[in-house]
Design a protein around this ligand. Structure first.
Ligand code: UDP
Ligand code: MN
Length: 324
């Protein structure tokens, strides 16, 4: 009887303790633990990582000035002669859209005019390009007259010289750069500008649709220009089109007498300038050793104004206040 009671007591005690244990365990589930120890370890790791990051940042900061700096891109100074005519704004628009895609380009626009015109001033100020706006009028006796064949007199000589004068007076040679003479009516690929950018003295390349040929170009043997592929007077000192070469700024500044001779005989304008700067052997062939055409001597048709004139006679001409 006593034993029975004892067993019963032990059983009840065991049951109660187990139940209490179970209740306690259930209460602990879903409650936050006392994690002080755990948090401390985490904090220590975070602060160690933070210190490491800080020291790495310090190290990279110190390392940066010793890294070899990329040399700055040489500026391409593009000199463009231009003159007032019906297609002028269209030509300048097309040209500016090409130049906007060329990094580090400075456009020197030289108007063949006794003053800067409103049309070109307005156009340039909205072009989004770095530019210099100059002007010089071609003297009457040197200017092509209506009906003259286009080859009779060189065009744009005074304007290119004016661009050279500005460069000589305003840019120092240490700045590095290259000069390119871009007529306002030609067509220029973007690759052309990267070909010319690192010119040492004078670089050369083919020009398409020029001189009555599919292209004209320097002929390269063993990396050097040895003669020229041209249909007309290959014996000229430099039988190259204006669009077919670029000159380093340094070379032009070192030779203050180098300029275009407006009285040069037909086809000798380019030679008159290049003769005082380089020899044929020194020319730097570009565009895959002068095998690629990257610029075209395109010419824009003169628009016919027959209808406009007829309408004007009837007092119905286009509004002159609308700029074209
Ligand atoms: N040009 C000029 N004044 C003129 C005729 C032409 O300034 O009286 C400019 C023209 O805008 C162009 C460059 O000189 O940028 C060459 O002229 P053009 O394209 O007529 O020459 P071509 O293509 O016949 O050699
Ligand atoms: Mn032209």
């Amino acid at each position: 009887m006593r034993l029975k009671l004892k067993l019963k007591t032990v059983f009840i005690l065991y049951f109660t303790v187990s139940l209490l244990g179970l209740i306690y365990a259930l209460m602990q589930l879903g409650q936050r633990c006392d994690c002080t120890e755990h948090d401390l370890a985490k904090d220590r790791t975070i602060s160690r990582l933070r210190e490491k990051l800080h020291s790495l940042l310090e190290q990279t900061k110190k390392a940066e000035p010793t890294k070899p700096l990329k040399p700055p891109l040489p500026t391409i100074y593009v000199i463009t002669p231009t003159y007032a005519r019906l297609v002028q704004k269209a030509e300048l628009t097309r040209l500016s859209h090409t130049f906007l895609l060329v990094p580090q380009l400075h456009w020197i626009v030289v108007e063949d005019s006794p003053h800067r015109t409103g049309l070109v001033s307005e156009f340039l100020s909205h072009s989004g390009l770095a530019f210099t706006h100059l002007h010089v009028a071609t003297p009457h006796e040197r200017k092509l007259q209506e009906g003259d064949p286009s080859w009779l007199k060189p065009r744009g000589a005074e304007q290119r010289n004016e661009g050279l004068r500005w460069l000589r007076e305003n840019i120092r040679s240490q700045e590095g750069g290259v000069i390119y003479f871009a007529d306002d009516d030609n067509t220029y690929s973007l690759q052309l500008f990267e070909e010319m950018r690192w010119t040492q003295r004078v670089s050369v390349w083919p020009v398409g649709l020029v001189g009555g040929m599919r292209y004209e170009r320097p002929i390269v043997e063993q990396g050097h220009v040895v003669r020229f592929h041209t249909g007309w007077r290959p014996s000229r000192p430099f039988p190259l089109d204006m669009a077919g070469f670029a000159v380093s700024l340094r070379l032009v500044l070192a030779n203050p007498e180098a300029r275009f001779d407006g009285d040069a005989p037909m086809g000798f304008l380019e030679s008159s300038f290049l003769q005082s700067l380089v020899t044929m052997e020194e020319l730097e062939p570009k565009a895959d050793l002068c095998t690629k055409v990257l610029v075209w001597h395109t010419r824009t048709e003169k628009p016919k104004m027959k209808r406009e004139e007829a309408m004007q006679k009837q007092g119905l001409g286009s509004d002159p206040a609308v700029e074209v």
